[in-house]
Write a protein that binds this ligand. Structure first.
Ligand code: GSH
Length: 211
């Protein structure tokens, strides 16, 4: 198994899960010039990370890779069984993290790091909201998580799953950008996740700030 990786990116998420699974894998560090090469373009249509190669499977999209790995090694307990009712909530939080929670964080990032190359996101698609609006939007999409995490330690039932990895990955990004300043159930949850040795190994800069 091979994971194409850049530090402090969404590629931390599948690496974190690989570390939790405690299986052997090869980490391939992708430099910016490599990601732009024609050869790498065959692995990822937009030259991005992460990409996972597992025998005859080549898959991109961080949340999809996490879901794939959690199911492949379902007996390790990072996803509910296919016929369990909890599977519905597992999907809910996996998709919520990728589609709903991440959007304001990405918008905010373009204010904090305005010099990012055009390839990351074309300039016309950036900064449609002000930093304050992005923070308010983020606070709003954190509300259902705060509600869930007031009475639960994790998102799905009461055990750690790949949904916590994808959600934790987005929250970690928000924290590093300075978006998670106020105490909240979400912030305490992230602090608990950051104590996990697998995350500390996957993100060597887990406690570093972006700004
Ligand atoms: N939705 C994709 C986003 C992938 C993505 O944007 N990756 C960024 C890092 S977070 C990247 O590879 N940036 C380097 C580049 O664009 O050259 C995922 O979750 O995998």
């Amino acid at each position: 198994m091979k994971l194409y990786f850049m530090p402090t990116t969404r590629a931390v998420r599948p690496r974190w899960l690989l570390e939790e699974l405690n299986i052997s894998y090869k980490l391939i560090r992708v430099a910016m010039d490599m990601s732009r090469s024609k050869k790498y373009g065959h692995l990822h249509p937009h030259g991005k990370v992460p990409v996972l190669i597992d025998e005859n499977v080549t898959i991109f999209e961080s949340a999809a890779i996490c879901a794939y790995l959690a199911d492949k090694y379902i007996d390790h307990g990072f996803a509910p069984q296919l016929d369990a009712p909890a599977r519905a909530y597992y999907y809910q939080w996996l998709f919520y993290a990728s589609l709903t929670l991440e959007a304001p964080v990405e918008q905010y990032m373009f204010h904090v790091l305005p010099g990012l190359p055009n390839k990351v996101l074309p300039k016309q698609a950036r900064q449609t909201v002000s930093p304050e609006e992005a923070k308010q939007w983020f606070a709003k999409v954190c509300e259902p998580l705060n509600e869930q995490l007031t009475t639960n330690d994790y998102l799905v039932e009461d055990y750690f799953s790949a949904a916590d990895i994808v959600t934790g990955g987005v929250l970690l990004w928000a924290l590093k950008l300075g978006m998670l300043k106020q105490e909240s159930p979400v912030k305490s949850y992230l602090a608990r996740l950051m104590e996990r040795p697998a995350l500390q190994k996957a993100d060597e800069d887990v406690y570093a700030k972006v700004d």
